[in-house]
Design a protein around this ligand. Structure first.
Ligand code: 4AD
Ligand code: MG
Length: 478
């Protein structure tokens, strides 16, 4: 059997003196023709493999280069060297895959995150990215555990749909029609009846609408899958393909919704702290270095772990949109004309406004509720004031909006009226409206952007570093 190996993490955690072990991994460094630092992705700690001087031939030694993969068999012994408890005294070393050091782009030195994005196929082999992806894995696992513990059903909603759930017109078209010779009707418009699905279809922007259908029978569901948005925003917080968690709950109002979202975010953070402490400590140190490059005024007041612990220990601030606007209008930033975008009731809060509220004013996550109906989606429940809807966004320090959600409009007539006003095709959405015809109930839900959550927990400042292969405008490499 080839794979009778032990992972380095397990060996370092529970190995015993003299234990015979087979390890496999990739060489990080090789010193003095004797010390191999081997990494297999199970931890950022390398296993030091010691070859007895003179036992390996020169030609073989030359093949032990950074990036090469190898198998080593030996005995675990206490390490006399600094910084590690154990090392492996090699009895046998076998190269599995050579790596030409002249051509290998990753050298044992610091590379910029920008450079690493260009070699995203190799960046998993750095300490930073292996830590990020282990934390990302933990968070994904914790999501299922959180909802499973609470009796929610994991629902797989379609990737290809005929709806634009958010009504924002930012969808990617899915078609098999030819570009040349597109079938057209007499009036010149494209004849989609000849397309694969017989109608225009697109990649989903959200699983919410289908989630609502299931919640009207299963009570509490959640989705966790990829969603796609063709918004042309080249920012550190936007991806064209991102993962979203969307719970949808029958018999919930806006307050229940906020409580669940806050509990959920805290659960994920705690899970990472409990299960990924070593990686988070590494990422905290990385972030501290990054912060040092910034001018004093832009540096964050907290370290990564301090921030996470603070969020765990404190209630999120809850304010209405109207209160948020008042706070902004009275802010020194507004008075000194520091905001690029104007502030008045009715505006969509810009990232600079969100960040000011969260980072400068409240200094903690903030839940903003009851937004003007003009700037929110058609499905949000209308409040009695006629102006606002029962929406809630959660804003996080360093990130801005991390959650968007609402209580849903369960009253058929009100919903239809809003759909007409917003030019949402009522006839095509007969199935959505049926839930309001047959045993409608008050219900609510929200969407958590998974990569923004990964950013928040890992302290990575660019969302492109929170997903393995980011899709952004003009970029779909790998
Ligand atoms: O606020 P959004 O657009 O809400 C919805 O899609 C609702 N259907 C959710 C629901 O109520 N079930 O998106 C939800 C979250 C945002 O708060 C943000 O965290 C993330 O999804 N998000 C993005 N993340 C990365 N790149 C983008 N382009 C994103 N757009 C939204
Ligand atoms: Mg939103």
């Amino acid at each position: 059997m080839f794979n009778q190996r032990i992972k380095i993490r397990q060996l370092l955690e529970s190995g015993t003196e003299g234990q015979e072990a087979v390890v496999m991994g990739w060489v990080r460094t090789f010193r003095n023709n004797q010390f191999i630092a081997l990494n297999d992705g199970s931890t950022n700690q390398n296993l030091q493999i010691v070859a007895e001087l003179g036992t390996l031939e020169d030609a073989f030694l030359k093949r032990i280069t950074t990036g090469a993969s190898l198998k080593a068999v030996g005995k675990l012994i206490p390490s006399p060297g600094k910084g590690q408890k154990w090392e492996l005294k090699a009895e046998k070393v076998e190269i599995l895959g050579d790596c030409d050091p002249e051509k290998y782009p990753l050298q044992p030195k610091k590379h910029s995150l920008e450079f690493l994005r260009e070699i995203a196929h190799l960046r998993f082999r750095t300490n930073t990215f292996s830590a990020v992806f282990r934390v990302r894995h933990s968070l994904a696992f914790a999501i299922h555990q959180f909802y499973h513990e609470r009796g929610f059903i994991y629902l797989h909603t379609p990737i290809i749909t005929a709806t634009d759930a958010e009504g924002a017109g930012e969808t990617f078209r899915v078609t098999t029609l030819p570009f040349d010779g597109t079938p057209r009707r007499d009036d010149g418009s494209v004849n989609f009846t000849e397309d694969f699905f017989g109608r225009p279809t697109n990649l989903t922007v959200s699983g919410q609408l289908e989630g609502e259908l299931a919640a009207m029978a299963l009570s509490e569901i959640y989705t966790f899958g990829p969603t796609f948005r063709a918004e042309n925003s080249n920012t550190a917080r936007h991806l064209a393909e991102f993962w979203m968690i969307e719970p949808e709950m029958a018999f919930y109002d806006l307050e229940d919704n906020m409580n669940l979202a806050e509990e959920f975010i805290k659960y994920l953070i705690r899970f990472a702290i409990d299960n990924n402490r070593e990686d988070l400590e590494f990422l905290a140190a990385r972030l501290e270095e990054e912060e040092k490059q910034k001018p004093q005024s832009e540096r964050s007041e907290w370290g990564l772990l301090e921030k996470l612990n603070f969020v765990l220990q404190n209630q999120f601030e809850r304010i209405t949109y109207t209160e948020a606007i008042d706070i902004l209008l009275n802010s020194p930033a507004y008075k000194k004309k520091k905001f690029k975008y104007d502030v008045k009731w009715g505006i969509d809060l810009q990232s600079e406004h969100e960040r000011w509220l969260v980072e400068k004013y409240f200094k903690k996550p903030v839940i903003v509720t009851n937004y003007p109906k003009q700037i929110k989606a058609f499905y949000m429940r209308q409040n009695d004031d006629g102006k606002t809807v029962a929406a809630m966004d959660i804003l996080a320090p360093g990130i801005g909006e991390i959650v968007g959600g609402s209580q849903r409009e369960e009253r058929l007539e009100k919903l239809k009226e809003r759909m007409r006003e917003m030019h949402i095709p009522i006839k095509e959405m007969w199935w959505y409206l049926d839930t309001r015809r047959f045993g409608a109930v008050p219900h609510a839900g929200f969407g958590l952007g998974f990569e923004r959550m990964v950013q928040f927990v890992t302290g990575m400042s660019n969302i492109r570093d929170a997903i393995a292969f980011p899709r952004t405008p003009k970029n779909a490499e790998f």
